[in-house]
Design a protein around this ligand. Structure first.
Ligand SMILES: Cc1cc2nc3c(=O)[nH]c(=O)nc-3n(C[C@H](O)[C@H](O)[C@H](O)COP(=O)(O)OP(=O)(O)OC[C@H]3O[C@@H](n4cnc5c(N)ncnc54)[C@H](O)[C@@H]3O)c2cc1C
Ligand code: FES
Length: 270
């Protein structure tokens, strides 16, 4: 894990309240694996005091660039997205457990990989699809992306370009199927030939993705975007319930978990 002051190369508005930031961070880019995140702070300021966790959307290991997708969700991220190109950002990372590659899960299979993204949850799945594309034995990737409206399908081209099949659903029907992305997943699971499901998005979406995958007998890995404090396992502000009791720290034990590790009932009740 490295803590470095890095240059913000560009910061582009890609949808209302959503920005893609490109950062020069060669060591972190080289070390980062899909599903890992950086903890970002603005140097020489106390506002925001705490770092904010952001998934690596793409790591260009050759040029040393990191690409992050940032939604202005509150005070901290509003300050972050207002930074101009050339500004400095202090990054701690790469942090957290990465997504296991399909072969690490099942030892090898000709079945398909299913990716299910909701909102900014698309970011770590773009990174995962990108890494799978560079494997010698690239799996067939069926991706799904859900959002409230077409506008909120941020960076969909990044995911579509790295997928063999790509479907979208919007709650208002402005793009793709009208409804929830889990309804699209239901059809994809019914088709069969699924090897593993990877998901990232709102907790309610992931609870449903985990339930449906378990019912279909397909392994499922989810990445959580929990509220964080220290980011290094000390404060427990990111804890979620563990299946069988106890808790899991999203920052240290995750953010990626095998769905079987998680107490989904507790998450549904939150
Ligand atoms: C591992 C990880 C990866 C993440 N990756 C990304 C990413 O790639 N892009 C991105 O835009 N965001 C990502 N997030 C979420 C992002 O870190 C939060 O949106 C951010 O920390 C909020 O800070 P803030 O000061 O802007 O908002 P705050 O002022 O702290 O909160 C604003 C509002 O958002 C709610 N909120 C705060 N944090 C979260 C959260 N984590 N989840 C849901 N609601 C929250 C608060 O309750 C409040 O209503 C990730 C989070 C984690 C843990
Ligand atoms: S954020 Fe402090 S333990 Fe996870």
């Amino acid at each position: 894990m490295l803590s470095t002051e890095c240059e913000l190369l560009s910061n582009q508005l890609v949808a209302p309240d959503h920005y893609v930031m490109q950062i020069l961070a060669p060591e972190i880019a080289r070390a980062s694996l899909p599903g890992q995140f950086v903890h970002l702070r603005i140097p020489r300021t106390m506002d925001p005091l705490l770092r904010r966790p952001l998934s690596v959307m793409l790591a260009d290991k050759v040029h040393g660039h990191l690409r992050l997708l940032v939604r202005a969700a509150g005070r901290g991220t509003e300050i972050i997205v207002a930074l101009p190109s050339g500004a400095s950002v202090d990054l701690l990372g790469p942090l957290g457990s990465p997504f296991p590659m399909p072969d690490e899960i099942d030892g090898g299979s000709d079945k398909d990989v299913l990716l299910v993204a909701g909102g900014v949850g698309v970011a770590p799945l773009v990174c995962l699809a990108d890494a799978m594309r560079s494997l010698d034995d690239t799996p067939y990737i069926r991706s799904m992306f859900g959002a409230s409206t077409e506008d909120m399908l941020v960076c969909w081209t990044e995911l579509a370009a790295r997928s063999d099949e790509f479907s979208v659903a919007t709650e208002d029907g402005s793009a793709g199927e009208e409804g929830l992305i889990t309804e699209v997943l239901a059809g994809q699971l019914e088709r069969g030939h699924a090897r593993v499901v990877y998901g990232c998005g709102p907790a309610a979406m992931m609870a449903e993705v985990a339930r449906m995958s378990a019912e279909a007998g397909v392994p499922c890995y989810c990445s959580f975007e929990q509220r964080m404090g220290c980011g290094v396992g000390a404060c427990l502000s990111c804890a979620i319930g563990a299946a069988g009791g106890g808790y899991l720290r999203v920052c240290k034990d995750g953010p990626v978990f095998n769905a079987e590790q998680v107490d989904w009932e507790a998450i549904r009740d939150e």
